[in-house]
Design a protein around this ligand. Sequence first.
Ligand SMILES: Cc1cc2nc3c(=O)[nH]c(=O)nc-3n(C[C@H](O)[C@H](O)[C@H](O)COP(=O)(O)OP(=O)(O)OC[C@H]3O[C@@H](n4cnc5c(N)ncnc54)[C@H](O)[C@@H]3O)c2cc1C
Length: 444
Amino acid sequence: MKKKKAAIILGGGISGLSLAFYLRKNGYTKEICILEKSSRVGGWLESQTDQGFFFEKGPRTFRVSRSESLLTLIHDLHLEKELLFSSEGASSKYLFYNQKLQKVPSNPFSFLTSKLTRLLLLSLFREWKIPKNIEDESIHAFISRRFTPEVADSLFDAITTGIYGSDSKTLSISSCFPILKEWEREYGSITKGLFLHKKKKSVYPYKPSHLFTLKSGVGSLVTALEKEIKAEMITGQEGKHLTYKDGRFLVETESASYEAEDLFSAVPAPALAKMLHKDHKELSYLLGSIPYTNLSCVHFGYRKKVLPVTGFGYLVPFKEKEDILGVVFDSEVFSQQSSSEKQTRLTLMLPDRGLPDEKLYQLSVASLHKHLAISDFPDYISLTQCIGAIPKYLVDHQKKISDIQKIRTKELPKLQILGNYLSGASVNDSIAVAREVAEQGLLR
Ligand SMILES: Cc1cc2nc3c(=O)[nH]c(=O)nc-3n(C[C@H](O)[C@H](O)[C@H](O)COP(=O)(O)OP(=O)(O)OC[C@H]3O[C@@H](n4cnc5c(N)ncnc54)[C@H](O)[C@@H]3O)c2cc1C
């Protein structure tokens, strides 16, 4: 029998939950049902304390300057007292470059003297003369063209790995670092853009460069949303098939059918592609052609201080051909989340190569020994396998999204789509899209 609902949100990650919150805030009165595949809502947002060690399984840090929508949600939920800012020491970042751990310069003097940025500095002086290219291109091609291939291989490859867990040679500059492409278009140069662009003033009184989280972890954002949105949550139900007929949507799962007037998809692109496969082949094909990165996150806990340096952590450019992509020094960034001052908590990111857990732990121990000379064996070990972790914004991703939206508007105009595959892979971007959709949702 079909279960009748007024509105269904498919997927209970931060996109789906914040959509429900903003629909309510904008006066949407229909009953909302969130249909979620797994046994809990929150998606990648999950905080866990195990054997006295606190870890985030997914997102863990947010920069004030890039988190206006997230901060607004935190304020809207009255969670501002829960904000936890990183210590000053956490601003130091490192690169494992040329087989050595090197500090990324963080002030003008070190910028001028560091070996890492000297390459960038020299090319800055000629960068403003380089002609524009209005077409999309890979991050690596863009940085090599405007600066040098060495700058692309060292700094930008590592930054890309840190944010997208993927290779700068395949990802799109226009989608991953739109501001750089915008500066090229507007000022003809990144260097000029850096000096001439007007910084947007934040409405929040926090230092733009600070990193933040919530005291009990990002999981508390999920708990607060669950309490606030007063929606029916149906977990353990994976949407398998989606159709639209006679003004109503039909969602079929393994064991039930749900009918709804309004439908919002907040599931990853491949999941929606599968659901539309039978009746909307072209839309399904385009959604299914957005690849996702798989990552393995290894969490190590020690009952003593083992780090030889302080800071946020380090990244490893692909060209170094190491086993890991980077390490976050969790206990240094947010020391207040440790249950004892002596603890060290580290999260290592590894590319998913289908290796058994034991092998991943061995590679992690060996990498920490090689990069940081840590010879202690961790007191606590756990693993988060992140399958379909982050969408890969390949070159011409924006064109693909625009094609998806065109076909959706033609074939399924009442279906609203959201998620981090549209216009930004972060939690902040996901919330921004959800808020936008919630505002449009009322106008329909
Ligand atoms: C390891 C890792 C670290 C990250 N670190 C950061 C960070 O530090 N800062 C930052 O800003 N961002 C970070 N991100 C990115 C951030 O987590 C995501 O952008 C964000 O969580 C996406 O939320 P979402 O709701 O769109 O998707 P998801 O969290 O993927 O939620 C989608 C939900 O849909 C459900 N679902 C899937 N298929 C179906 C179906 N067929 N039917 C019903 N339900 C379905 C899923 O179970 C899931 O609950 C990180 C991501 C990962 C994986």
